[in-house]
Design a protein around this ligand. Structure first.
Ligand SMILES: [Zn+2]
Length: 204
């Protein structure tokens, strides 16, 4: 694999990681336990919005390509083969005697729409993959919490509260009367976000 492609893969992974964290931030701010379509849509739109400040990174994704083009041009101007650095004899003709590269001046590196399209494509992959990974991670954390709560219930306990796994924000909570819910809060106060009380409770 070329350095250019390796760099692009790392770049997409970093953007996907950014989406994962941003999605998680929005999703766990919504006071909901478990998957919810509206929350998922809102979270993924928030993650997309948070990708926009990375637009200047459009040049970053092409850094190895820009570097290699510049290096090839410099070698050519110094009378060397752009590919293998073999000195080119004045009477050497139009191909390198060492590796057969055509001795024509390499194109300079400049911004093109192809670059912008490539960046948009990378951002799209990162957005989709990051959002799915984030939702999957949060659902897995909630499923793990359900198991922990069931284990607590078997021991005869009636409630459980713990932090969401990173990068989730807030707490996961379970209560034998209220079921599963989420909580937000700092060190000194925890505000519970309870599901609506069943309406038949008052009529009895
Ligand atoms: Zn050469």
């Amino acid at each position: 694999m070329s350095w250019t492609n390796l760099f692009r893969i790392v770049f997409v992974l970093l953007m996907a990681g950014h989406v994962l964290v941003m999605y998680s931030l929005a999703r766990t701010q919504q006071h909901g336990f478990g998957f919810d379509l509206n929350t998922a849509i809102l979270s993924t739109l928030f993650a997309l919005l948070m990708l926009l400040p990375l637009a200047p990174a459009i040049a970053l994704s092409d850094l190895p390509e820009a570097y290699s083009r510049t290096a090839r041009r410099r070698r050519f101007k110094n009378g060397l083969c752009p590919t293998c650095r073999y000195p080119v004899a004045p009477s050497g003709g139009d191909t390198c005697q060492e590796c057969g590269t055509r001795m024509i001046e390499p194109d300079p590196y400049r911004f093109t729409w192809a670059m912008a399209r490539r960046f948009a494509f990378f951002a799209l992959i990162a957005w989709i993959a990051g959002s799915i990974a984030s939702e999957g991670w949060l659902i897995a954390d909630e499923a793990a919490f359900r198991k922990e709560a069931e284990a607590e219930a078997l021991k005869g306990r009636g409630s459980l509260l713990r932090d969401r796994r990173w990068p989730g924000n807030g707490y996961l909570a379970w209560d034998v009367d209220e079921g599963y819910f989420t909580a937000q809060g700092g060190t000194f106060s925890i505000q519970y976000s309870l599901p609506p009380a069943p309406t038949n409770a008052e009529s009895e």
